[in-house]
Design a protein around this ligand. Sequence first.
Ligand SMILES: [Zn+2]
Ligand SMILES: [Zn+2]
Length: 335
Amino acid sequence: MKAVVIKEPEVAVIKEIDIPEPADNEVQIKVMASGICGTDIHILNGEYLGNYPVVPGHEFSGIVTKIGQSVSRFQVGDHVAVEPNIVCNNCFQCLSNRQNFCENWSAIGVTRIGGMAEYTTVPETNVFHIGKMPFQHGALVEPLSCVLHGLGKLSIEQGDKVVILGAGPIGKLLLQTVRLHGASQVTIVDKNRQRADAAKNVGADKVLYAVEELPRDLFDVVIDATGVIDVMNISIDFARPGGKVLLFGVPPRDGILNLKAFPIFEKGLTVLSSFTSLRNTYQAIALLNRGLINVEAVITHRLPIGKFLEGVKLIVEGADGVGKVQILPNENLEA
Ligand SMILES: [Zn+2]
Ligand SMILES: [Zn+2]
């Protein structure tokens, strides 16, 4: 089968490897859609916890093609999505219901074979039924789960005024979910104009192209979805007294924030962060199945597996309007 293999930092190849066989507790999945995430790019650049060589990809969906002996929830032919974090359920953090901080954490597409391949294998406990949902929507279950986890920490109130910094795929998922939580007015900012304008189609009330244009001290909730240090540094300026700031975007590993201390005190701000997800997968599937998330506005590119590196380039260079780039390993897209 064809797979993307990151051999070592900076070295990714598309090559033929053996189709992996499922262990007793695993299912084999024919991957139908697999989103490229910032994390994949960090692994490619050697900036994350990857075990090399690794097949990346942790946001994917597909069809069960084989099951291990002890698998009980799945049958061949089932349509599924994947939750990538593999936890031990037997450490202090797991036993305190903080599985996202498992002390023996490993992850699909990070420390073991992921979804940038025609087939992969996944422990049964990481697999979820998606029913008739289109596979490309199923590949958004994982990022949406992370968004729901972050918003769960924020507790948006009915009528809140929210600003989202960054209109990439995560910004657009945040925008739609804060709406579902009852936000009355959502502003979104992105210097990529096409990307910002596209946010109007998913319910943005106001679109701006520069953070400097934002009014200060106004918003009940400020969410950073850029992970860009300079943007994070000024995020607190836009929150009203008593407001909340969620730092959601993934910053560079060695980034250092330079936040003004006095306004945080004077405005009594609540500053939050969010790390991956915690049992949010069923929630994400329910919202997607019910059609409550406009997915077509989030996915902008669909590529064959041979074009993985082109997909990475689109994201890194911030091509006009680029949102989620998905690889469809089992569809013949080569023109
Ligand atoms: Zn991801
Ligand atoms: Zn654990």
